[in-house]
Ligand binder design. Structure first.
Ligand SMILES: *Cc1c(COP(=O)(O)O)cnc(C)c1O
Length: 387
């Protein structure tokens, strides 16, 4: 089936008992079994069936089936947040003494978890500048490589094929955080990546109304990640959030087409504007990662960044005069959002690291929603008058 059909139908079916078309919210912490023997069998994993919502819930289970179908994966796990997805993978697969690699830059929370928290559990974590640094300097005992194919704040592109080639050479597993591209635009598992994760808070939900995370891949890998993530870390996704995600995902392809189309028009406008010193959008042929990503995706999603002369005052005046764009962190919502990374998402970074990553005081990140591009451009144009 094609993506639009899959997004609507995959994993779900009318409720066998009532015929309800929409997946019901099974708002129940516990599930009764009808004989003691049935209880024993469910706990032993000998027969399928739910017994306690920390370990599994029918609404969340339906969501997981849809997510697995979209990723082309054997299995998928839904958890309480994107950070819960990452920590479930780490604690599910790694042990004391294991070597972990990550490619810079990662989402700030992921970076902090890998560099500050995992070493306290005895894992060795090494940061690589890019896929070339990884290829040249990878430690041969590396167990897991973590990267984002498209990433904050300047929309760096990491070549997934190159990372997979290095991983195969040393026998490491790979985890791609594909939050920015979504399975509609890019499916890392099809290119040989072992595990894909998302902050489902962003495009998969699409409506800015929940926090959720996803991991998908082979069952053999997902089983320990599920056990640790749900049973031990205790981070299941609640049925209400699962229901909202099921609803959001049905329109994922429509939304991603609209985000990508509007973002390209906005980026073309901004890149020609005299007050914008740089526009970072991977759909522009001037972006350093354009050729690599264009070989792997048909559209470039909705996040971009612009530099307004490296100047904090100019960036603040621009942000404060936006009328349609809302000032907020996060991304992937139907509403267009704008934020100032140097003082919000990247404020915790050391000043020299910020400069090296292109996070100047004039950098503004834009998450383009699904509004009409003409209206967004008119709003940006009037706000740039104040710069
Ligand atoms: C937001 C985000 C996360 C963290 O997800 P939460 O749902 O906020 O826990 C991880 N990775 C990326 C790329 C993100 O954008």
């Amino acid at each position: 089936m094609k993506p639009r059909t899959l997004s609507v139908h995959a994993g779900q079916h009318p409720d066998p008992q009532t015929g309800a078309l929409t997946t019901p919210v099974y708002q129940s912490s516990t599930f009764s079994y009808f004989t003691a023997e049935q209880g024993r069998q469910r706990f032993a994993g000998e027969t399928p069936g739910f017994f306690y919502s920390r370990m599994g819930n029918p609404t969340t289970h339906t969501l997981e089936a849809k997510l697995a179908a979209l990723e082309g994966a054997e299995d998928a796990l839904a958890v309480a947040s994107g950070m819960a997805a990452l920590s479930s993978v780490a604690y599910g697969l790694l042990s004391h003494g294991d070597e972990v690699a990550f490619i810079d830059p990662l989402y700030g929370g992921s970076d902090a978890f890998l560099q500050n928290t995992l070493p306290r559990a005895g894992m060795h974590v090494t940061r690589y500048r890019d896929e070339h640094d990884l290829a040249q300097n990878i430690k041969p005992n590396t167990r897991l490589i973590i990267f984002e194919p498209l990433t904050n704040p300047t929309l760096t592109v990491i070549d997934t094929d190159a990372v997979v080639a290095v991983a195969r050479r040393v026998g490491a597993l790979t985890l791609a955080d594909n939050t920015f591209l979504t399975p509609y635009l890019f499916r890392p598992l099809e290119r040989g990546v072992d595990l894909v994760m998302h902050s489902a808070t962003k495009y998969l939900s699409g409506h800015g109304d929940l926090i959720a995370g996803v991991v998908a891949g082979r069952r053999e890998l997902l089983t320990p990640i599920r056990t640790i993530g749900l049973k031990h870390l205790g981070a299941p996704l609640g049925p209400q959030e699962a229901y909202l995600l099921l609803r959001g995902i049905k329109t994922l392809p429509l939304r991603m087409d609209a985000h990508s189309e509007a973002a390209l028009a906005v980026a073309e406008y901004l890149s020609a504007h005299p007050k914008v010193t740089r526009t970072y959008y991977p759909g522009l042929s001037s972006h350093p990662g354009h050729a690599t990503l264009a070989a792997q995706v048909a559209q470039f999603s909705g996040v971009m960044a612009i530099d307004i002369g490296g100047d904090a005052g100019a960036a603040a005046r621009f942000l404060d005069h936006l009328q349609l764009f809302v000032q907020a962190v996060s991304l992937g919502d139907v509403e267009s959002l704008a934020c100032h990374p140097a003082t919000t998402t990247h404020a915790a970074m050391k000043a020299e690291h910020r400069a090296g990553a292109g996070v100047t005081d004039g950098l503004v990140r834009l998450s383009i929603g699904i509004e009409d591009a003409d209206d967004l451009i008119a709003d940006l144009a009037q706000a740039l008058e104040y710069v």
